[in-house]
Design a protein around this ligand. Sequence first.
Ligand SMILES: [Zn+2]
Length: 187
Amino acid sequence: MQVSGGTLRARELFIRSRAEDAWDRVMAELAPATREQVGSGFLETRWYPYEVLIDLGATADRVLGQGDFALCHQMGRFSCELTLTTVHRLLLKFGNVGHLVERAATAWRTQFDAGEIIVHEKHRDLYVFEVRGVPEPSRVHCAAITGWMERAAELSGEDDFQHEEKCRALGDRFCMWTFTRRPLRPL
Ligand SMILES: [Zn+2]
């Protein structure tokens, strides 16, 4: 499985935004094979091994965060902001969460050369989608997907959704996200 240079570039920008020396500190801790792939920077026109995404995320989470994947979640939110252009954001304003789940499925195909997002449910108050076909599931990636969807929902003005996640990297049979609208509190 391969990941686009653009996706890795978003990770790099996120890491650099954390602190002036953040990128160098993460680079110093990367596996040698990953460091070799990074070279002098990611080319957006190129594909890279999926392992680069995982090592980069895991290392940054350990070096700059707590090693609990919270930073990976942040990376997903950041990546969403880069992916969704101003035009998309305007569309989302007039659309709904269903639109952005579709958008995420499309974005997947430009970011990865394997796997897919399958939308199982798409109603006004319930969205269920699954990521299928990733050979080696990792919390590094799935935590970022959660962050991506969470931020996309916020940008679309739909900030009253809660989500549950199942993950193969946690022993579940599927990597599946369920977004449900929080019930209105009685007046
Ligand atoms: Zn997962």
